[in-house]
Design a protein around this ligand. Structure first.
Ligand SMILES: *Cc1c(COP(=O)(O)O)cnc(C)c1O
Length: 433
């Protein structure tokens, strides 16, 4: 079935990111220093992050933030990414809905994560940092950071969640090809890792354990900064290139989305595609629905509590005001490793609390059914994470078919699943119930 692609020219790639904090009717509450219980300062954050990211994190006033020219040039290697009308999927569903997806899987590492990795590596290099460290789940963020570090001449050390390190061996290889040092977490190489393994020798690892280890490494290594691929405000800021492009591309279609959907780990691809559109809801011009699709096994948005909690297992990070299942929550070993995180970013948490967005829970089996239907209709194998967004889009489209209503649906295809075929094998063998 024919697809229709909407593309922008190189000079239409955004020159600025959109900082939703400037426009939010209710600003996110401050992150707190766990010792003093006072709001964290830029200085506090700079002990972990590079200075520019620390400043962006706390910036609640500047609506537009300049994309550095060198970052924009690297963006131009794979951006703009296509906006695609999914005629094949519409036909397979027999729906009157118009379904569009923004295809972030075309980046060199296969997901949206590179949009922020390039920015973070660039700022670190500018500030004289020599080493970067991070955690990774499925390995998408680790791969993106490893590549970005190589481009800007930094050494990268990545802690990968142990279960993913074992289930997804090729992501580790990709990081190693880009020259990164990869360690499965929890490991014996940090105090945090040792403590966790002493208590629970068979701990499978979680993003929480890996964050603790990476943060500790950054704290004890001179010239080393910590980077994050999700959750933080500055990360979602960088991802707004997705929505800013999509906004221009939707204009080319002559339609405006009634509902915009993203899968949800910590909120960066969801915020990236939705925030530029959400500003028109704040101003009253539009009434778009925004739907975050999270895994039923890690339902922080629908079942979590809004409270101050740590971002990591060991309690090294500032306290974040967010929807959380508790920082010691151990999610089951679903294949969508990038969605196995206990909390949500502070901006999206505030937006959910204030009713500007919704969330739905997707069972793993439904996500893979959706992913396979999409693959057969559109020829792209979606990442297990992205399958959650597809499943939510399919629910919307089926509702349209029932009500005979032609809604316009836009979702973010956050990544491809070509390195996740072991997960698809499990699904096809009937082992995912
Ligand atoms: C990391 C990842 C996610 C989840 O992270 P968010 O910050 O919530 O976007 C989703 N999809 C893919 C492909 C990922 O790599």
């Amino acid at each position: 079935m024919r697809q229709k692609k909407f593309m922008l020219s190189e000079d239409q790639i955004p020159k600025q990111w959109y900082n939703i904090q400037a426009d939010m009717p209710v600003k996110p509450q401050p992150m707190l220093n766990p010792q003093t219980r006072e709001a964290v300062t830029q200085e506090d954050l700079e002990s972990l992050f590079c200075a520019e990211c620390a400043a962006q994190e706390l910036n609640q006033t500047d609506r537009w933030i300049e994309i550095p020219e060198q970052v924009r040039q690297m963006y131009a290697n794979y951006r703009c990414t296509p906006l695609v009308r999914a005629y094949g999927l519409e036909e397979a569903l027999g729906t009157p809905a118009h379904i569009y997806f923004k295809n972030e899987s075309v980046s060199p590492i296969g997901s949206h994560k590179l949009n922020s990795a390039l920015a973070q590596a660039y700022y670190c290099k500018q500030e004289g940092v020599t080493n970067v460290t991070t955690e990774t789940g499925a390995g998408q963020w680790g791969a993106a950071l490893s590549y970005a570090a190589k481009i800007f001449g930094l050494e990268a050390a990545v802690y990968q969640v142990k279960i993913s390190y074992e289930q997804k061996p090729y992501r580790k290889s990709i990081m190693q090809v880009f020259g990164a040092l990869v360690t499965p977490s929890p490991s014996m190489s940090t105090r945090a890792g040792k403590d966790i393994l002493t208590k629970m020798p068979n701990h499978q690892g979680s993003l929480g354990t890996a964050i603790s280890e990476a943060v500790e490494l950054a704290r004890v290594t001179p010239g080393c900064k910590y980077t994050l691929g999700s959750v933080m405000n500055h990360v979602t800021l960088h991802q707004t290139v997705i929505g800013l492009e999509a906004e221009k591309q939707m204009e080319m279609t002559g339609e405006y989305p009634d509902v915009i959907i993203g899968c949800f780990g910590g909120g960066s691809n969801f915020g990236g595609i939705t925030f530029p559109f959400m500003r028109h809801n704040f101003s009253g011009e539009r009434n778009t629905r925004f739907v975050a699709a999270e895994p039923a096994s890690c339902p922080k948005l629908t079942q979590g509590r809004f409270e101050y909690d740590f971002g990591d297992e060991a309690g090294y990070t500032p306290l974040l005001p967010m929807f959380t299942l508790g920082h010691d929550f151990q999610p089951s070993n679903i294949h969508a490793g990038g969605l196995r995180y206990h909390g949500a970013g502070t901006i999206v948490s505030q937006l959910l609390k204030d009713g500007y967005m919704e969330a739905v829970d997707i069972e793993q089996k439904e996500s893979f059914e959706a992913g396979c239907l999409f693959a057969r209709a559109e020829g792209i194998i979606p990442a297990p994470e992205s399958c959650h967004a597809i499943a939510a889009a399919i629910r919307e489209a089926k509702q349209c078919a029932q009500n005979n209503e032609a809604r316009t649906i836009l979702f973010c295809l956050s990544g491809h699943g070509l390195i996740d075929m072991a997960a698809y094998d499990q699904f096809l063998a009937g082992n995912i119930r």
